[in-house]
Design a binder for this molecule. Structure first.
Ligand code: ZN
Length: 150
């Protein structure tokens, strides 16, 4: 498939370190549309839409924020905390508005496994179905994530 100039521009922005250190694509050589389509299928195979995953992430962040930096119980076997950070992030698509730089850390207490996401991750998954490229700092595997949060 031939990429439009617009999607080429987006891909260049996502690969650059202009917005986040290391960029949003990490070491992933696939095109942005391929990453998004594959993740959509992976999420669907796990039984969820990307919008449903994003909604649950937002729900967890909203609860975790009440802990003021401490872990809060989310569910049986699940705790989360929000690490506040100064500043904000912008959506690379681009979108108007900024997203708080805070990070939600989710802990699966059964295996001590940790997952993390920023407010921008929630937005990018909700609006663009984008979980970032493999090898990026905030890459989330849709099926692993769904397995923990639902
Ligand atoms: Zn956006």
């Amino acid at each position: 498939m031939k990429e439009s100039p617009q999607s080429k521009k987006l891909e260049a922005m996502l690969r650059s370190s202009k917005l986040v250190a290391g960029g949003f694509l990490g070491t992933d050589n696939r095109s942005v549309s391929e990453i998004i389509e594959t993740d959509r299928q992976t999420a669907a195979a796990a039984g969820y839409s990307t919008a449903e995953i994003a909604r649950r992430m937002q729900e967890i962040t909203d609860i975790a924020v009440t802990g003021l930096g401490n872990f809060v119980r989310i569910d049986e076997g699940l705790e989360a905390m929000v690490e506040e950070a100064k500043g904000s992030l912008v959506c690379p698509w681009p979108h108007p508005g900024t997203y708080a730089k805070r990070v939600t850390i989710l802990r699966d207490t059964k295996n001590q496994k940790l997952l993390q996401w920023s407010d921008l991750n929630i937005h990018m998954i909700a609006e663009h179905g984008f979980f970032e490229g493999r090898g990026s700092t905030f890459r989330l595997e849709p099926d692993e994530l769904a397995d923990v949060i639902f």
